[in-house]
Design a binder for this molecule. Structure first.
Ligand code: MTE
Length: 305
């Protein structure tokens, strides 16, 4: 699909000078308050640069914010940038519940205090055959998991996105069930690569990229990286996942990036990095095999696709 001419993201209705001044003022005010606020476009202070980051060239902000899969806001890649513009992301809470000793509801301020914010430049491979490189800002999911103390019976973690049909009228045409749900095995969830992202390119997440908080699991196909999370539940049984419910033959629970296992309708051997012309080979576990292959030792990854 051809990319539409990018529009500047947060400055459309306000003249650029006014908007820049306002941004500067807001940044100053926020520093004075010595707290991170998750307002679209707010600058985030990154405390750590992650050793897990790739040095590959980063995909432009325009592409990252105008070529999105976010079916609640339309199935066309260009739609979420427009249709998620007024999505209300504040106030916001994430309820963490299920098989844990200390179930809790976190608001954004609490979430932002769980761990120092890190920049993580990750490859992101969509099951459709394209890929991007994103400078995420976030903290390990594990920092949140430690707070609630999972019971030994918790074997999986189930995630749920926000769903509000009044704010997401396009969702009725998407052909999948909402709220969007995803899941990880507990060892995948506590893995240091698994990130809760709250920003990208130095600023709070744009709505179309899953504001105010989304999951990023870089060794799995992009659809595991669930957006705009409102609920995290620790469970004993493997939880349902949106794309597996929609087409079980095509999408399994694990969804590890795997160039040797084709999608029933297309090959997964190659990918097109957005912005590049020639396709490149897709790497096993999206290039994160050194860190994650041991999680799947002894598993048949053809059966567990
Ligand atoms: N989360 C929700 N709630 N709804 C969605 O439609 N799409 C998934 C995933 N998370 C999706 C979602 C898919 S298919 C992909 S490839 C990534 O988000 C896209 O993330 P991006 O738009 O930030 O690149």
């Amino acid at each position: 699909m051809p990319l539409k001419r990018p529009i500047s993201v947060w400055s459309e209705v306000t003249p650029k000078r006014v908007y820049l001044n306002r941004r500067r003022f807001m940044a100053g005010a926020m520093l004075a308050a010595a707290a991170h606020r998750l307002i679209a476009g707010a600058r985030l202070n990154v405390a750590l640069k992650s050793p897990f980051s790739t040095s590959e060239p980063q995909t432009s902000l325009d592409v990252i914010t105008h070529y999105n899969n976010f079916y609640e806001f339309g199935t066309d890649k260009a739609q979420p940038a427009n249709l998620a513009r007024d999505f209300k992301t504040s106030p916001w809470t994430v309820s963490v519940e299920g098989a844990v000793s200390k179930p809790r509801t976190f608001d954004l301020d609490m979430l932002m205090k769980l761990a120092p914010l890190e920049e993580r430049i990750y490859r992101h491979r969509c099951v459709e055959g394209w890929s991007i490189v994103v400078p995420w800002i976030g903290f390990p999911l594990n920092a949140l998991i430690k707070q609630v103390e999972p019971l030994s019976s918790a074997k999986f973690v189930a995630f749920q996105s926000s769903f509000d049909h009044r704010q997401m009228p396009q969702a009725q045409w998407a052909g999948i069930a909402f709220p969007y749900v995803e899941g990880l095995r507990i060892d995948e969830a506590v893995h240091p690569l698994t990130l809760l992202a709250v920003g990208l390119y130095g600023e709070a997440l744009p709505n179309q990229d899953g504001a105010p908080i989304r999951l990023v699991v870089p060794w799995k196909y992009g659809f595991k990286s669930i957006k705009s999370i409102v609920k995290i539940r620790f469970v004993e049984q493997q939880p349902p996942t949106t794309w597996n419910l929609a087409t079980p033959r095509e999408y399994g629970f694990y969804s590890n990036v795997n160039p040797t296992v084709d999608h029933p309708r297309w090959s997964q051997a190659k990918e097109r990095r957005l912005g590049e012309f020639f396709k490149r080979p897709t790497l096993m576990f999206n290039g994160y095999g050194d860190q994650v292959a041991s999680l799947y030792a002894g598993m048949d990854l053809r059966k567990n696709y």
